[in-house]
Design a protein. Sequence first.
Length: 261
Amino acid sequence: MTMSRRRRARLFRGVQYAVLFIAVAVFAMVADWGTLRQAFFDVEIAKALFPEVITTALVNTAYYTLLGFGFGLGLGIVLALMRLSTVPPYRWIAIAYIEFFRGIPSLLVFIALGFGVPLAFEVALDMDITVMLSLGLVGAAYMAETIRAGILAVPKGQTEAARSLGMSPGRAMVSIVMPQAFRIVLPPLTNELILLTKDSSLVYLLGLSLGQFELANFGRDALNEHKSLTPILIAGLLYLVITLPLGHLVRRLEARTAKAR
């Protein structure tokens, strides 16, 4: 007797659930829960991390992220407009910048600005400036392409209508096109903010003082002190405190944009 497609699908799902249940049951029986608790969920170590992990590490992570995002967004707008310019040299400069910084890792930028520039030019950059530039220079390359796509997505009739009312091209861009473009690109820009939040962990390369620690550096320092992975787990959970709400916001914005369209 031939089994129907629906019954085969139900049987296949049932097998998958059974395999998952067996795997979880086997792991639960063979795992050394005492060792795992001590390694990952040591309550006493977790208590010792507070409140500094919040008041210092989490606050600094948010601060560094906003520094990089603010600078990157401003530079990204300029690069997007240069990329759309009718003047070829402006387009060439924007294209070269975008391709360069999208093609190299953020780690290399941190090393260059944190150690290379001070050694080569004998100039001591402020730590906040170094963080802002390191995160913002790379973020600007991605945000520029996002903003450019948003500008191109605005119907040309909007610009033509503004020009027919006597607006200059620059005024039409600022007053008519850019507000509509930002409504379009708000979800991907929020995604870029999430990526910069995670990239802020590279700040540890700069050799921070205790009061400048962000989550990754705080977790690593506490790991060396307590010889437990609990600080890393706490740091990871606090990254989620930032990124999960932002991810939820992205989904809401995408649904809202799709509904509006």
